[in-house]
Design a protein around this ligand. Structure first.
Ligand code: URA
Length: 313
C-alpha cells in the first residue's frame, strides 16, 4: 500500500495505469461517465479542472457532502484560489444520481447507500481522475456506522474491512465469477487520521469494519420487517466478530470501498463515527442535533488531515 503513491506520481504514467487496470480503455475515445454527467470529449478541459485533485471525499448522503463542500471551501479559501461558487456548483446535477463538488484539491461526492451505487460512483470518479492526469490522490469515505461497543460520536478508523459473514475483504462478481479481494486501508493515511484525531481531541478507535449489504438482516438487527434469528444468535455473531476478528463497527460500504481502492492502486481510508452502540440496541435514538454533531467528527478529521498536509508542504 505504501508504494502506491510513488507508483502514480508521474503524470505520464496515467495512460499506462488506466490501460493496466482496464486494457479496453484509452484516452483516444470519448468515455461517458454517465452517473456523474461528465464525459471525456474535452480532455484538456478535464485536465485543467481535475488535475490538481488530491482528496476524493465520499459519504452516503447528499446533505453530508454539501455540508463538507461548504466547510472545505471555508477552510481552504486562504490557501487555494477557487471559483466563488466551487462549493455550490453541483457538477453531477444533470445526471440526478449523485452530487459532486470540486473545492480546491478536494473532490467530494455522495455515493448513496450500499454496494451498488457505491461501486458505480467509485468506477466513474476513478476514471475521471485518471483521464484528468491527477496524481497522488487518496480516496476517503466519511461515514456513519453502528459501533460494537463504541458509543455514539466515537470515530472508528478502519484497519481492514470484512464482509457480513465475517470474512476479510470483498467478493466481487466479475463477469459471472466471484473473486475475493483484500480490503485493507492505507497505513500512512490512517496514521494521518490518528494524528488529526489527537490534534482535535476527537474520541477514536482503530479497528476492523464489517461492510454489510443491508442495514437490517446483514447487520443482525432484530427490528427489520423480517427476522429469522434469535437475540442469542445476534449476540453470538456480533460478539464473535468483535472478539475474534477485531470488528469495531458495522456499516454498508467499507469493504467495497477499500477493495476497490486497492485494486485501483489508490490509497484509501474509511473513517466512520458510531451513531449507535449495537451492544446496547438496534434503533438510532439520538436526537437530530446529536446526530448532526456526531456526523461532523469524520468531516473535521478530514479537514485536519488536509490542513496538516498543507502546513507540511
Ligand atoms: N449505518 C449502518 O450501516 N449501520 C448502523 O448501525 C448505523 C449507520
Amino acid at each position: 500500500n505504501n508504494n502506491v503513491a510513488q507508483e502514480v506520481s508521474e503524470p505520464n504514467k496515467q495512460d499506462n495505469i488506466l490501460r493496466e487496470l482496464n486494457p479496453h480503455l484509452s484516452f483516444d475515445e470519448v468515455d461517458i461517465l454517465y452517473h456523474l454527467a461528465v464525459d471525456t470529449s474535452d480532455l484538456e478541459g478535464l485536465k485543467n479542472k481535475y488535475r490538481d485533485v488530491k482528496f476524493v471525499c465520499m459519504g452516503g448522503s447528499r446533505g453530508r457532502v454539501e455540508n463538507f463542500a461548504r466547510q472545505a471551501y471555508e477552510a481552504m479559501s486562504g490557501y487555494y484560489s477557487m471559483p466563488p461558487d466551487a462549493h455550490t456548483n453541483d457538477i453531477a446535477r444533470r445526471a440526478g444520481r449523485f452530487v459532486m463538488y470540486k473545492v480546491g484539491p478536494v473532490l467530494t461526492l455522495n455515493h448513496g447507500m450500499g454496494f451498488g451505487s457505491l461501486n458505480i460512483a467509485l468506477h466513474e470518479v476513478a476514471k475521471l481522475l485518471r483521464y484528468s492526469g491527477a496524481t497522488d490522490f487518496s480516496f476517503i469515505r466519511m461515514g456513519t456506522s453502528g459501533g460494537l461497543g463504541a458509543e455514539p460520536g466515537t470515530v472508528i478508523i478502519t484497519k481492514e474491512a470484512y464482509d457480513a459473514t465475517c470474512e476479510p475483504g470483498y467478493e466481487v462478481v466479475s463477469c459471472g465469477k466471484k473473486v475475493r479481494y483484500d480490503a485493507t486501508a492505507d497505513k500512512k493515511l490512517n496514521e494521518e487520521f490518528i494524528q488529526a484525531a489527537e490534534d482535535l481531541s476527537i474520541n477514536y478507535q482503530i479497528g476492523n469494519t464489517m461492510g454489510c449489504d443491508d442495514f437490517y438482516e446483514a447487520q443482525c438487527r432484530l427490528d427489520g420487517a423480517l427476522c429469522d434469528y434469535t437475540l442469542k444468535d445476534k449476540f453470538d455473531f456480533i460478539r464473535r466478530a468483535n472478539k475474534e476478528a477485531g470488528v469495531f463497527n458495522m456499516e454498508m460500504e467499507a469493504n467495497v470501498f477499500l477493495s476497490f481502492c486497492n485494486r485501483a492502486k489508490i490509497p484509501g481510508a474509511v473513517v466512520c463515527c458510531s451513531i449507535v452502540n449495537r451492544l446496547k440496541g438496534d434503533q438510532i435514538t439520538s436526537t437530530k442535533e446529536e446526530l448532526k454533531s456526531f456526523e461532523q467528527h469524520p468531516l473535521q478529521l478530514i479537514l485536519q488531515v488536509i490542513k496538516n498536509r498543507v502546513v507540511e508542504a
